[in-house]
Design a protein. Structure first.
Length: 292
């Protein structure tokens, strides 16, 4: 199991943002932003792959121990929270990496505050997803995010019951690493037999629409042209293709010729971050950004 992070609360609009940090206080800094229903604990395996690096990862507004923070939500607000976090920690600038929805947050943050986030790494997220012809956002979200969103309204009799839920998840093939176990247990709140995930359904619902574009994301893409996107060949339920299929990747390569898009072999949307194989690839892309 990876070393547990140091955790603290930082004042932001409406309350406090919960932040996890791994690595030495004097090490080079990387900011990591998690996905739509996740928490800072999603980055534990990456922290192990980056020894000597100070990895700083918040629980985004409405998630984890930041779940009491009120709206409005959205990528711009999350980006502003990141800047407030940097100010409170006394950090001038750092590379930023974002997974899934965290990629959209990281993209907008790097556009709004390029001096604070001069280097950008996206991990299976950040570029608007395709909306099939004739389909509504609500219909597509129900198909793609449905299982993750449904989990937020469920209750569990015990920690073991919640771990069994994750063991049955197609993305993990019946076996959970120690880091995934700790990630899952961190996600629970309440009292048995009515334990439930921490993420706010309101926050997840509000933020979901921006996965298909929106003014903040489109503006960011107009201005932030040079970055790397790592994609997974399989999706949230380990299905093929992943959230960016071959046609989408080729279109984005034409639209963003300065961007580097690389597929990470044999991972899905979860394991691209929450497995040693995926984390090692991310770490290798981060090291040149921090000069490590």
């Amino acid at each position: 199991m990876s070393e547990l992070p140091h955790e603290s609360d930082i004042p932001v609009r409406g309350g406090t943002l919960h932040v996890g940090q791994w690595g030495p206080a004097s090490g080079p800094v990387v900011v990591a932003v998690h996905g739509i229903t996740a928490s800072h604990r999603a980055w534990a395996t990456l922290a192990t792959a980056l020894p000597g690096v100070r990895l700083i990862a918040p629980d985004l507004r409405g998630r984890g121990r930041s779940n009491a923070l009120p709206g409005p939500f959205g990528m711009t607000q999350h980006a502003e929270d990141l800047v407030a976090m940097m100010d409170a920690l006394g950090i001038t600038s750092a590379p930023i990496v974002g997974h899934s929805m965290g990629g959209f947050v990281a993209l907008v943050a790097s556009q709004l505050s390029p001096d604070r986030f001069p280097s950008l790494l996206l991990v299976d997220g950040g570029l608007p997803l395709d909306l099939p012809a004739g389909a509504s956002i609500d219909t597509v979200l129900a198909a793609t995010l449905g299982p993750a969103a449904a989990r937020l309204s469920m209750t569990f009799a015990s920690e073991d019951a919640y771990l069994e839920f994750w063991r049955q998840h197609p993305a993990f093939g019946g076996s959970l690493s120690d880091d995934v176990v700790q990630y899952a247990l961190y996600d629970l709140q309440g009292v048995a037999p009515a334990l439930h995930p921490e993420s706010s359904i309101d926050a997840v619902s509000f933020d979901s629409a921006e996965l298909y574009g929106g003014e903040a994301v489109e503006t960011a893409l107009d201005e932030v042209r040079e970055f790397t996107l790592l994609t997974a060949p399989r999706g949230l339920l380990d299905q093929t293709p992943g959230i960016y299929d071959g046609r989408a990747v080729e279109r984005w390569r034409r639209q963003l010729p300065l961007a580097t898009i690389v597929e990470v072999p044999d991972v899905n949307h979860y394991t691209i971050v929450m497995s040693a194989a995926g984390a090692d690839v991310i770490a290798a892309r981060i090291r040149p950004l921090i000069g490590a």
